[in-house]
Write a protein that binds this ligand. Structure first.
Ligand SMILES: [Zn+2]
Length: 347
C-alpha cells in the first residue's frame, strides 16, 4: 500500500491567539478522531477543542475523491504564512508507462542541477537564484537588527517574519521544481541511475549555496523514487566512487581538480564535459549492478555463494525492484539487446 501526502492550504483563523502547541513544536497530529470533514470537503472542524476550531480548506487536490476512512492521519501545521492541514491518504497510485527501452544516468552537480548520460543538462532556474539572493539579504537584515542580551524590537520581529516567509517561498519553489524535474525524467525513461550522494555528510559543509543544492538533490531523489514506483520504472542509486575520475570510454583514471570542467583522456583520446563523463559512468555502474541482480535472481548465470553475495550488495542499492519492470528488463535482456550495454568496463 502506498501512502500519499496531501497538502492543503488552510485559511488564517484570525487573531484567536496561538493554539496549544507543545513548546518548540509547530504541528499537532490527529488519527481517526478529533476531526470532521464537512460533506463538501471544504471545511474541517477540529472537535477536540483546538483553538482554531473550524478551518476553510483550499486545496490543489480535491478531497471529495477520498472517503474519510482513507484518511488515516491529519496533521495541522503552523507555518510563517498561516495554518496548513496535511492529510495522509491511503491510495494505491499507478500510472501507465510506455516502455521504450530508454535508460539514463544522472549526475547531480553545482554548475548545472543535473547532467544526463546523453549530455543533456538541467540548470538551476533564475527565479530560484533570485529568491535565494533575497533570502541572504533578509538574513543579513535580521542579524543587523538583533540586539544582544536585550528584549528584541518590533523591527527585529518584522524582519524575522519576513525571513521566515522567504524561507517558505524558496523551499516551496525548490520542492516544486524537484517534483517536476523528477516526473519529467521518469516519464521519458524506463531505467534511471543516480549517484547516492551521502547527503548527510555534505550538509555539514556550511557554504549556503552548496547546502541549498544538497537539499534540492535530496528532494529530487526522493521524488524520483516515488514517481518510479507509480510508473513501474526502475531507479537505482549507485555508490559515488570514482564516477568523476574514471574515463567513461576506456576506464582509465583521469585525475581532476574541482575546477577541471572537461574530461580529457590520454589513453583513448576521449574529450567530453566532466559531468557528462560522470553521468555515463553512473549509468554504467547502475547497469552493472542490475545485470548482477538479474543474473543472481533469475538464475540465468552463476550460482552459489558468490551470486548471493552479489545480490546482497545489489539489494542495498536497488530500491525499487519492481517485479513488473524487472520482468520487462529480463525480456529485453533475453532478446540480446540487454547484455551488450550491460557489462561496462568499470573496475
Ligand atoms: Zn579513456
Amino acid at each position: 500500500m502506498q501512502r500519499f501526502y496531501e497538502n492543503c492550504r488552510l485559511g488564517k483563523s484570525g487573531k484567536k491567539g496561538y493554539p496549544k502547541y507543545k513548546k518548540f513544536s509547530r504541528s499537532v497530529e490527529y488519527k481517526n478522531s478529533g476531526w470532521k470533514l464537512s460533506a463538501d470537503r471544504k471545511e474541517i472542524t477540529l472537535t477536540d477543542g483546538f483553538e482554531i476550531g473550524i478551518m476553510n480548506l483550499w486545496s490543489s487536490r480535491n478531497l471529495v475523491w477520498y472517503s474519510e476512512k482513507q484518511i488515516s492521519r491529519v496533521r495541522v501545521i503552523r507555518r510563517a504564512d498561516g495554518y496548513y492541514a496535511q492529510f495522509l491518504v491511503d491510495w494505491d497510485r499507478r500510472e501507465e508507462h510506455e516502455f521504450q527501452g530508454k535508460m539514463t544516468g544522472i549526475d547531480l552537480g553545482l554548475k548545472n542541477f543535473s547532467t544526463d548520460s546523453d549530455g543533456n543538462t538541467v540548470d538551476n532556474p533564475r527565479f530560484l537564484i533570485k529568491s535565494e539572493r533575497r533570502l541572504k539579504m533578509l538574513q543579513r537584515r535580521v542579524s543587523k537588527k538583533h540586539i544582544k542580551g536585550k528584549k528584541q524590537s518590533n523591527k527585529y520581529h518584522n524582519a524575522r517574519q519576513a525571513l521566515a516567509k522567504q524561507h517558505l517561498k524558496v523551499s516551496r519553489q525548490r520542492l516544486d521544481k524537484a517534483r517536476k524535474d523528477a516526473l519529467a525524467l521518469v516519464r521519458s525513461n524506463d531505467l534511471i541511475v543516480y549517484e547516492d550522494l551521502k547527503i548527510q555528510n555534505m550538509v555539514k559543509n556550511h557554504h549556503l549555496a552548496k547546502s541549498i543544492s544538497d537539499a534540492s538533490w535530496y528532494q529530487f531523489t526522493q521524488w524520483l523514487q516515488y514517481f518510479a514506483q507509480v510508473h513501474g520504472v526502475i531507479v537505482i542509486a549507485v555508490p559515488p566512487h570514482n564516477t568523476t575520475v574514471d574515463c567513461s570510454c576506456c576506464g582509465a583514471k583521469v585525475k581532476k581538480t574541482l575546477s577541471t570542467r572537461t574530461h580529457r583522456c590520454n589513453q583513448c583520446g576521449a574529450v567530453l564535459d566532466r559531468d557528462h563523463n560522470a553521468a555515463k559512468n553512473i549509468l554504467a555502474k547502475g547497469l552493472k549492478l542490475l545485470a548482477e541482480y538479474l543474473n543472481s535472481t533469475l538464475g540465468h548465470r552463476g550460482s552459489g555463494a558468490k551470486s548471493s553475495k552479489a545480490q546482497g550488495e545489489t539489494n542495498r542499492w536497488l530500491k525499487n525492484g519492481d517485479a513488473l519492470a524487472l520482468s520487462w528488463l529480463d525480456e529485453l535482456r533475453t532478446k540480446n539487446s540487454w547484455e551488450s550495454p550491460a557489462i561496462p568496463r568499470i573496475g
